[in-house]
Design a protein around this ligand. Structure first.
Ligand code: FAD
Length: 379
């Protein structure tokens, strides 16, 4: 099984490439310095139908499935974009799916449609200062008070947290740490909800990351996604798509770095000959290419099985780890092949090197993926 290359998908690749070339590449360095992408970029991507890929037309999306989203992700990075850009522009890929799956028409009209139209920005807040890996231990608490919840707690490392108009927030609806979780949609500006400082990071510079604080925030019960205490299951179900997106970002970053390094080694001469003429360098590039390609094929295989509805939790974890390992190895080697230039901000490979480091942390760390794999092995 793999991602079939249909004429529609070739068109989608072309559309994505044109979007990145025209709307992203001339400005990406500025956004990296500014620490965020502009809201207008969301509107532009929405008009082209790119924001809605993977979401049904019935909720304002453009149709397509996980495999089409993967095509867009691949193509953004191949065209010179970055995983940081994807994190910033496609945060709705993690903020909306629970709402869509719930079928709640009110939430879909108020949050899903405007976000896919590029007029709202959403975020997903699970991680807390006390820990992210142990999702069941979430302490942010929601106490029922009539037709409202009263929310107290804090979240950290939240992607697009500074710009988000609403946050899909994981809260504990029983005693803190009980694992009885629910998802509430909380809007910016509601009394008691404050967005903290911009968190400075190693990479993903164009993606804003924030701390969020909730002090007696009154959230209408109608803003709960699905029945009470079903949040944990909902979070786990939607982790597959997030992990496969991160896996795609990993192998696509590796592929892009192989391309950059190959170009560099053809053009750069040392001791009177192009680097690429040396067997050691050619074999190095061949090995890097092989690692990236093997990761791509495995992630495609697992993604196609997820899209077909197979319960492949263990394979998703393996796909993430395989792709992240390939990426970590390739970005390091590709930067080394660039010599001193690879260490400069002017070099695209330098950005990929920094951006890549988060891929084995976000969406569940490499160690947590290994826990899942070990369980799948019956250990
Ligand atoms: C740039 C960025 C963007 C992010 N975006 C979001 C977002 O939008 N929304 C959101 O909710 N979160 C987000 N996160 C948080 C991210 O998902 C967490 O950082 C991640 O899940 C790890 O949680 P933690 O940082 O609390 O580490 P911890 O859970 O404290 O883990 C620390 C270390 O211990 C290891 N470890 C933990 N438990 C075990 C174990 N049982 N066995 C072995 N090793 C273990 C981990 O693998 C890790 O290496 C983001 C993080 C970053 C850096």
């Amino acid at each position: 099984m793999t991602i079939v290359d249909t004429p529609e998908r070739r068109q989608l690749r072309e559309l994505t490439r044109t979007f990145v070339t025209r709307e992203v590449l001339p400005y990406l360095d500025d956004w990296e310095r500014a620490g965020e992408v502009p809201r207008e970029l969301h509107a532009t991507a929405a008009k082209l139908g790119l924001l809605g890929i993977g979401f049904p037309e019935s909720v304002g999306g453009s149709g397509g499935n996980l495999l089409d989203s993967i095509v867009v992700t691949e193509e953004i990075i191949r065209s010179g974009g970055s995983s940081g850009l994807i994190a910033a522009l496609f945060t709705h890929g993690i903020a909306l799916p629970h709402m869509v799956a719930s079928g709640n028409v009110d939430l879909i009209d108020r949050y899903v449609r405007p976000t896919l139209a590029g007029t709202m920005i959403g975020a997903l807040a699970i991680t807390e200062p006390d820990g992210g890996s142990d999702v069941a231990a979430i302490r942010t608490h929601a106490r029922r008070d009539g037709d409202h919840y009263v929310v107290n707690g804090s979240k950290t490392y939240i992607t697009s947290g500074l710009r988000a108009d609403f946050v899909t927030t994981a809260v504990c609806t029983d005693f803190p740490g009980s694992g009885e979780l629910s998802l509430l949609v909380i809007e910016k500006g509601w009394p008691g909800f404050t967005v903290g400082r911009r968190l400075e990071k190693l990479g993903w510079h164009c993606s804003d990351t924030a701390e969020l604080s909730f002090v007696d925030v009154r959230v209408p019960v109608t803003n709960r996604i699905g029945p009470e205490d079903t949040g944990f299951l909902a979070i786990m179900q939607h982790f597959a798509a997030e992990r496969l997106s991160l896996a795609t970002q990993a192998y696509a970053t590796a592929q892009r770095c192989v391309e950059l390094a190959t170009r560099w080694c053809r053009d750069r001469s040392t001791f009177g000959r192009p680097l690429a003429s040396r067997q050691l360098v050619r074999h190095r590039l061949a090995e890097l290419h092989t690692r990236a390609e093997a990761a791509r094929v495995y992630v495609h295989e697992v993604a196609a099985r997820v899209a077909a509805g197979e319960p492949v939790v263990t394979e998703v974890a393996m796909a993430k780890n395989v792709a992240v390992a390939a990426c970590d190895h390739v970005v390091d080697a590709a930067l080394q092949l660039h010599g001193g230039f690879g260490y400069l901000r002017d070099a695209e490979v330098e950005r990929h090197y920094r951006d890549a480091r988060i891929l084995g942390i976000g969406g569940g760390t490499t160690e947590i993926m290994n826990e899942i794999i070990a369980k799948g092995m019956g250990l």
